[in-house]
Design a protein around this ligand. Sequence first.
Ligand code: ZN
Length: 121
Amino acid sequence: MSYLCVKCDKKIEKQQSYEHQSKLFCEDCYMDILSPPKACDPWAVHSAQTFLKGKDKLSTLTPLQSKMVNYLKEKGEATAEEMIRNLNLTEEELRREFAVLRHMEVLRATKKGEKVYYLLF
Ligand SMILES: [Zn+2]
C-alpha cells in the first residue's frame, strides 16, 4: 500500500513516509518542515562576530596588519605619516589595512587638533 505526500503529491511507501501533525510526507518534504531553508543565517553572522571578538582575533591578522598593531602597541599612538614612514607602507596600504582593522575592532583613530592618530581599539 502506498500513500501520497500531502505536500508534493509524490507516491511514498508506508515505510518511507513521515508523519507530521497527522499528515504524511515524503522524506524530502519532511526534512523541509524540520529545517526550513533560511535565506540568511543570523546565527552564522553572530558567531563570526563573536569569533572576531575572541582572543584569537589577532592571530587572523595578515603580516602587514600585525606590523601596524605591534607598532601601535609599542608607541601607544601614531599619526598616519609616522606609520607610513616607519613601517614602509604606502598611504593606500595604510588606509586599506586600517579599514579592516577598524572593522575588526582592533584599531581606531582619534583626532587631535588637525592630526589624526591611530591607536589600539
Ligand atoms: Zn513530498
